[in-house]
Design a protein around this ligand. Structure first.
Ligand code: BGC
Length: 761
């Protein structure tokens, strides 16, 4: 014993005292970017200082994460193939520096596994995103995002291709179920909160598809034409709000052109608006097959090419290396691309929280899906309080819509293979009673999937004591006979939507309207349950007793429906999208390009370019109906309850900002959730402009209970965007404020003076 303590010993004692493992300290000395106390930018700088050009290039060039791919014949490099997770995308990491690979999964409605890319892997199926928007409940959106993020992490993914937004400029859009409705505030808040929930689970989430990606027909070929100011006040505003709420690590640029320029090489959208005005610090990745150039894409703001096999060439592979060597793309630009990617990886904690391969918490996650479904199903009609079913209902007929198997889900890249999935839940080409031309699955690999359990099972369990009988509805005479012999008849109808094609019209197909008419004629106590992607026409509406819009209600949808039918749950969903009376009320009665682009589904390949002119501009959805003075079938924000509410005591204060306070009272006999909505219309020379949703509050009220609510409006919702001065302008004058239970309900009104102001974008 010399009594001397070596340096190494001091080091380890100090480390122990600070509870830092020696190995970690040694590592952070060698790899200082592993120090999580540093900012994501500082960490990215530190690791980039060690990276070669080839390593930075690896980060910007993505692969399709399924092999062999069948139609995409170019095999990925061996190192990529060994590690493929079986999903949508994969970007190589740099093991020598501890940079993990990006393992990407689609995730709008749960961890997707469409076309069984990971054979046998199932996940919790959430309701459609449009249903989540119908909850008007940001907390549920956050919980959904967190649930998907957690499952994704447990299944080995660290990037989710989630966060879909479009303003439903065409309700026939085959992906409308993946989006969050027609209002920029509602869409922005719901999408942003879901993204925030996902990223809190150490996952990068995208927001997509940027921008003005409002129809599937000819999606690779169309140019979405819209005035700059109108875009800022509508589609772009929804993205802006969502990015503020969720701060997604990545933005996915869209297939379509915007004002003539492809979204993924659009300097205005990517450099000027997103990275400039909004100071966005994350990275832009392309949609699958949305890149058309090397130099233009790189210079105009694309940071990462996804699944390069989908593009005509690997634009961000050797071609980008060459463009750098030729000086056509500045070296600093590659550095910026890699920096943005690494920054998002550090920010979401991808280095500290490597992906796992563990079992998911099926029970807990199912509860999230059920809460969502229970709050997003919308009661559209309830004549003489037919619902909830009374205890005296002894004979219940369930008719049609595969109610003996499950509830419908939407098709495409977001498709989840639900827990409990069996072969009989899947309908392939030609395998469905709904398989009429242009409607059912069109491609051999296209699957229509029903989420179990079956409503037949859940209604039987919920309506104890009643005899519940199912008929598939294919033989009208049989269905009518059953309806006649029953106390109530519940007719389940389906509208299947999927990515890659729009529905040609808003009608229910496969004779379903006739089925409802026939059943309603036989039994006035007919309840229609709509399992639809978005709005449908209801020529039979006057003849039925009740209508529930169940959307695609997900893996716990059948439970939620049963609980609503028997009254264990009081419905509280509100429409996030206007239901028109007919397609002639839409800004474009016929889907642009449908004559040249449908069928078949156009995934890749060349198409004839065409224009979609969004001349309604800012006024998407309910605003279009207001401007045109059209009466919809059901307005935006609408939905009934088993109780009733009164909205009153409205006080609006103006000046620099608009603040409103009001009371909501439950005037009925049951507990229920009201969604109080506040709209404001700006002054114009001859009165007021179009009212816009400026806030809402969802409140749970006991019978007789009253709640006082105060809301402040985001000034951008009162403003117009001035493209010359490049600012939001709030005009001085009297604004008309309305309070009610939907966009068409003016239970209380007020006029309030707002001062002029400008807001920097
Ligand atoms: C879709 C994206 C999706 C991607 C990867 C594309 O076809 O438009 O939403 O994330 O495929 O599956």
């Amino acid at each position: 014993m010399t009594g001397k303590i070596s340096h190494a010993r001091i080091f380890s004692l100090l480390a122990a005292a600070a509870f830092v493992p020696v190995a970690a300290l040694a590592q952070s000395a060698a790899q200082p970017w592993m120090d999580a106390s540093l900012s994501p930018d500082a960490r990215a700088d530190l690791v980039q200082a060690q990276m070669t050009e080839d390593e930075e290039l690896m980060l910007v060039d993505g692969y399709f994460a399924v092999y062999p791919t069948g139609r995409l014949l170019k095999p990925a490099p061996e190192e990529v193939r060994k590690d493929l997770p079986g999903s949508a995308g994969y970007v190589r990491g740099v093991p020598r520096l501890g940079i993990p690979a990006l393992r990407e999964s689609d995730a709008s409605l749960g961890v997707a596994n469409g076309r069984h890319m990971r054979p046998g892997d199932t996940a919790t199926a959430l309701p459609s995103t449009l249903l989540t928007a119908a909850t008007f409940n940001a907390e549920l959106a956050y919980a959904d995002g967190a649930m998907i993020g957690k499952e994704a992490h447990e299944k080995g993914f660290n990037v989710l291709l989630a966060g879909g937004i479009d303003l439903a400029r065409d309700p026939r859009n085959g992906r409308v179920f993946e989006y969050v409705g027609e209002d920029p505030l509602l869409a922005g808040v719901i999408a942003g909160e879901a993204i925030r929930g996902t990223q809190d689970q150490h996952i990068i989430s995208t927001i997509k598809h940027y921008a003005v990606n409002d129809q599937e027909t000819g999606r690779h070929a169309l140019s979405a034409n819209i005035a700059d100011a109108a875009a800022r006040e509508s589609d772009l505003l929804a993205f802006e709000i969502a990015i503020e709420h969720g701060d997604p690590g990545a933005v996915m640029c869209a297939y379509n052109r915007v004002n003539g320029v492809y979204s993924c090489e659009n300097d205005y959208l990517l450099n000027k608006v997103l990275k400039g005005d909004w100071s966005y610090k994350g990275f832009v990745l392309s949609d699958w097959g949305a890149v058309h150039s090397t130099v233009d894409s790189a210079v105009n703001g694309l940071d990462q090419e996804s699944a390069n096999e989908f593009d005509k060439q690997d634009f961000f592979g050797d071609a980008l290396k060459q463009a750098l060597a030729d000086g056509k793309v500045p070296q600093a630009r590659l550095h910026d691309m890699a920096h943005r990617i690494l920054r998002s990886m550090f920010k979401s904690g991808l280095f500290e929280h490597p992906v796992e391969h563990t079992a998911i918490n099926e029970k807990g996650d199912a509860a999230v899906a059920q809460r969502d479904a229970e709050e997003g199903i919308v009661l559209l009609k309830n004549k003489r309080n037919l619902l909830p079913l009374s205890a005296r209902t002894h004979r219940i007929a369930l008719i049609g819509g595969h109610a003996d198997l499950g509830v419908l889900s939407g098709g495409g890249s977001s498709q989840v293979v639900p827990i409990g999935n069996k072969p009989e839940h899947e309908f392939l080409l030609g395998g469905s009673v709904l398989d009429v031309p242009g409607y059912g699955p069109q491609m051999p690999a296209d699957r229509m999937i029903l989420d179990p359990p079956a409503p037949l099972t859940t209604v039987r369990a919920a309506a104890r004591g009643a005899r519940v009988v199912y008929d598939d509805g294919s033989d009208l005479a049989k269905a009518v006979k059953l309806a006649r012999a029953s106390d109530v008849a519940v007719v389940f109808v389906e509208q299947w939507m999927r990515e890659g094609a729009d529905v040609p019209d808003l009608s229910l197909h496969g004779g379903q309207d006739a089925l409802i008419e026939a059943v309603a004629a036989a039994n006035p106590h007919t309840i229609v349950v709509l399992e639809t992607g978005g709005p449908v026409l209801m020529p039979w509406l006057d003849k039925v007793g009740a209508v529930l819009e169940a959307w695609y209600p997900g893996g716990r949808g059948a439970e939620a429906l049963a609980r609503i039918l028997v009254g264990a749950v009081n419905p509280s969903g509100r429409l996030p999208i206007t239901f028109p009376q007919s397609e002639s009320q839409l800004p474009r009665p016929v889907i642009p390009g449908i004559d040249i682009h449908e069928p078949p589904i156009q995934w890749l390949g060349t198409q004839i370019p065409f224009d979609v002119n969004y001349t309604e501009g800012t006024n998407a959805g309910y605003k279009w109906f207001a401007v045109q003075k059209l009466m919809p079938l059901f307005p935006f924000g609408y939905g009934l309850s088993y109780t009733s509410f009164r909205y009153g005591g409205l006080r609006a204060t103006g000046g620099a900002t608009l603040t409103v306070s009001f009371n909501v009272r439950n005037t009925g006999k049951r507990e229920g959730k009201a969604t109080a909505q506040v709209y404001a219309a700006p002054p114009t020379a001859d009165g007021h402009g179009v009212a816009r949703l400026v806030g809402w509050s969802k409140v749970d009220l006991k019978p007789g209970e009253m709640r006082h609510v105060t809301l402040s409006a985001d000034p951008r919702l009162l403003a117009t965007f001035d493209t010359t001065a490049h600012v939001w302008q709030v005009a001085a004058g009297d604004y008309a404020v309305t309070l009610g239970g939907s966009s068409a309900d003016a239970s209380a009104t007020a006029n309030v003076h707002i001062d002029a102001s400008t807001i920097k974008p």
